[in-house]
Design a protein around this ligand. Structure first.
Ligand SMILES: Nc1ncnc2c1ncn2[C@@H]1O[C@H](COP(=O)(O)OP(=O)(O)OP(=O)(O)O)[C@@H](O)[C@H]1O
Length: 435
């Protein structure tokens, strides 16, 4: 009955190309190590930041493996005693080659796990380590936005990883099922992926628990634990709405499960109903939330990550501490954000549309935005004209391998003809009657 190798380790990608959907992070990481190798890194360290189980540690190891570095992992107590540091820092880049390595990469996993209050010395030691290091340093963190980590963040290039979506996780799960020779029903994998809340480690663990030793995995075999990304979000919002003090509201941002990208639409959709009794409160909370989005935009554009605490405070304390806040019931009713629901519903069509745009972009040698702006409306128009419709739809079906219905949906011609005549009228009106 004993578990053999955990699948999270067995199937941990060894090469960067196997790490799913973190292309921008990979590129930034490669640029950084290339600069190191040329002897002119802009920062001696990088900090890989992202939600749990999205590939931070994996990227560090894959990079080291691919570029021939030995990984030396350090933790908080190593830093405090200082001894291991001296050991690690001794020697030069050339020394590693004795053992067949090009050099060393120092990995400091989960730096935000340091208890900054009790471990002030530890933090200062890491900063010093970075300044003096002759080796590239990689740190990982889920949530390093506490102002106390500022000095550390300043020493590093912050590389943000994306939260993974269900499709990414399905890709990884299918790969494992194939490698294990297990016939996994798609529904079973979907259930696991859905409940993982974007955490690949959680999904792989659930898969192993349900499938190990089986030849076939069905939906009935899957008893996913209440991983409850959504449940967490309910708890987080509940805490924010009930908070009476600044620190209380802001404290949610230190939870490992806090993911600001998902939090935003949740807050946006729930503020009007939770504060419904006070227009002033709704307006102020939405104002602060939108300001947080302005700050987010600035961070993304200028990479000024030190603005992050302001963004987090505006989206939490800014929502909690508003004038004329109405008295709230002990349990507020929260709803699932419409935007996320809608995005999930239209995902397939959006993907097909993106694929078509991409194809046209390469054929026509123009940018994607030009295709969306000029060529897609033209195609849509042609697809509703008797002179071109048949030929155009047939060509697109052939080129893209879509069904007729998919081509129509991709071009959005239901919407166009909804206002006009023909078969679209019927479909369009059914759609509208919902609203
Ligand atoms: N993008 C990815 N592509 C392929 N596999 C992944 C990816 N992200 C995570 N995994 C798998 O999930 C496991 C956990 O990933 P990893 O340890 O890199 O997560 P992490 O982001 O460092 O999480 P934490 O912050 O909890 O330490 C890995 O063993 C790997 O098998």
């Amino acid at each position: 009955m004993s578990r053999r190798i955990p699948w999270v380790e067995k199937y941990r990608p060894r090469r960067l190309s196997e790490v799913v959907n973190q292309e921008e992070a990979k590129k930034a990481l490669l640029d950084w190590i290339n600069d190191w190798e040329k002897g002119k890194p802009s920062k001696k360290a990088v900090m890989l930041v992202g939600p749990p189980g999205t590939g931070k540690t994996t990227l560090a190891y894959a990079l080291a493996n691919e570029r021939g570095y030995e990984v030396l992992e350090l933790n908080a107590s190593d830093v405090r005693t200082g001894e291991r540091i001296r050991q690690v820092m001794g020697g030069s880049m050339k020394m590693g080659s004795l053992f067949g390595f090009k050099g060393r990469i120092i990995l400091f996993d989960e730096v935000d796990g340091l208890n900054v209050r009790e471990d002030r010395g530890g933090l200062a030691a890491i900063v010093e380590l970075i300044r003096e290091s002759t080796w590239p340093i990689i740190m990982t963190a889920n949530n390093p936005w506490d102002p106390k980590f500022r000095e550390l963040r300043d020493e590093a290039e912050v590389i943000q990883l994306k939260p993974l979506d269900e499709d990414d996780i399905l890709t990884i799960l299918r790969r494992i099922c194939n490698a294990e020779g297990i016939k996994c029903e798609e529904d079973a994998l979907k259930l696991i992926a859905e409940s993982s809340g974007g955490d690949v480690r959680a999904a792989i663990n659930d898969l192993q628990a349900a499938a190990e030793g089986k030849k076939v995995l069905t939906k009935d075999d899957v008893t996913v634990t209440e991983r409850a990304h959504q449940f967490d979000m309910f708890k987080i919002l509940d805490k924010v709405f009930h908070a009476r003090r600044f620190e209380e509201a802001r404290s949610v941002t230190f939870l490992p499960s806090f993911d600001w990208e998902s939090y935003y639409p949740w807050a946006l959709d729930n503020i009007p109903s939770v504060y419904a009794k006070s227009v002033e409160a709704v307006s102020e909370a939405l104002d602060n939330l939108s300001l947080s989005d302005v700050v987010r935009g600035r961070i993304m554009k200028t990479q000024e990550w030190e603005l992050m605490p302001y963004m987090l405070e505006l989206m939490t304390a800014g929502v909690a501490l508003v004038r004329n806040k109405p008295a709230l019931a002990r349990f507020v009713r929260l709803t699932f954000p419409e935007r996320i629901r809608l995005l999930a519903k239209t995902k397939e069509i959006r993907q097909m549309r993106d694929a078509l745009i991409n194809r046209l972009r390469t054929e026509l040698h123009v940018s994607s935005s030009e295709v969306s702006l000029y060529y897609m409306p033209l195609l849509r128009l042609m697809a509703t004209s008797d002179a071109f419709k048949k030929k155009l739809l047939e060509r697109l079906m052939k080129i893209m391998g879509y069904s007729l219905e998919s081509v129509e949906k991709t071009l959005g011609i239901e919407e166009v003809s909804a206002g006009g005549e023909g078969e679209g009228t019927k479909r369009g009106s059914t759609k509208r009657s919902r609203g």
